[in-house]
Write a protein that binds this ligand. Structure first.
Ligand SMILES: NC(=O)c1ccc[n+]([C@@H]2O[C@H](COP(=O)([O-])OP(=O)(O)OC[C@H]3O[C@@H](n4cnc5c(N)ncnc54)[C@H](OP(=O)(O)O)[C@@H]3O)[C@@H](O)[C@H]2O)c1
Length: 206
């Protein structure tokens, strides 16, 4: 797959690197340091990263979403996989929740794109470890949601490529539940004393 990364920080830099290691064509964009983008690999402006991409990974702080979308240009028909959480400036609270979600607000901003919310419920620190363990029988879970079947299939493939078991949580409005859940995972990862390399796994039955 051709994948454009919008936001090449902790999440975008790591996920893009893993996507490339899994065999995808990745173009990184949107970091303040050109040096950082160079180190990651193929890179360009957000518009260049998005131009030939079937999938765009949105991985910027909530306050930068409108700006990076503007720089990316026309995203009609593309799958946008968003790991961005609708956080306030100091990352202490969701600014959208309960009656809507960051993912739904994003979908309203880009009505012709196909938004899937994914990768927002795990800390970046666990990503390389999950990828390294992808041949293990029991994979960690990763919830995702979206309104359109084929874009969800694409996202599920990427989730699987990273080493997770994709868990389809339903339509995009379920991001109202997955986004606060992401804060729970962050609480356990960053406020616990066992380090941030945390993932989760759902199991059914006893
Ligand atoms: N980190 C996590 O574990 C985690 C987990 C779940 C969800 N999320 C969500 O994922 C999203 C990305 O988080 P992150 O931790 O990856 O953030 P991050 O490390 O700060 O990465 C954001 C990227 O945006 C770039 N950027 C910011 N302002 C810019 C500007 N004015 N011009 C150009 N580039 C700019 C940064 O550039 P520089 O690289 O030069 O700083 C960086 O590459 C957020 O919405 C967050 O809530 C994060």
């Amino acid at each position: 797959m051709q994948i454009g990364i919008l936001g090449s920080g902790l999440m975008g830099g790591k996920l893009g690197t893993i996507f490339a290691r899994a065999g995808h064509d990745v173009v990184f964009s949107y970091a303040r340091s050109e040096q950082k983008l160079k180190k990651l690999g193929s890179h360009g402006t957000p518009r260049e990263a998005a131009r030939d991409a079937e999938v765009v990974l949105l991985a910027v702080h909530w306050s930068r979403v409108a700006e990076v979308l503007k720089q990316a240009g026309d995203l009609a028909g593309k799958v946008i996989v968003s790991c961005s959480l609708p956080m306030n400036a100091d990352d202490t609270a969701l600014v959208i929740a309960h009656t809507s979600s960051g993912a739904e607000a994003l979908a309203k901003q880009v009505p012709k794109a196909r938004v899937v919310s994914a990768f927002n419920t795990v800390p970046s620190e666990v990503l390389f470890g999950v990828f390294a363990g992808r041949r293990r029988a029991k994979r960690p879970s990763l919830v995702y949601c979206g309104d359109e079947a084929s874009s969800k299939e694409t996202a599920a493939k990427l989730i699987h490529d990273v080493g997770f078991e994709p868990v389809d949580a339903g339509p995009l409005r379920i991001a109202r539940y997955t986004e606060p859940f992401a804060l729970l995972v962050a609480q356990l990862a960053y406020e616990g004393d066992e380090g941030p390399e945390l993932s989760y796994r759902f199991s059914r039955g006893a």
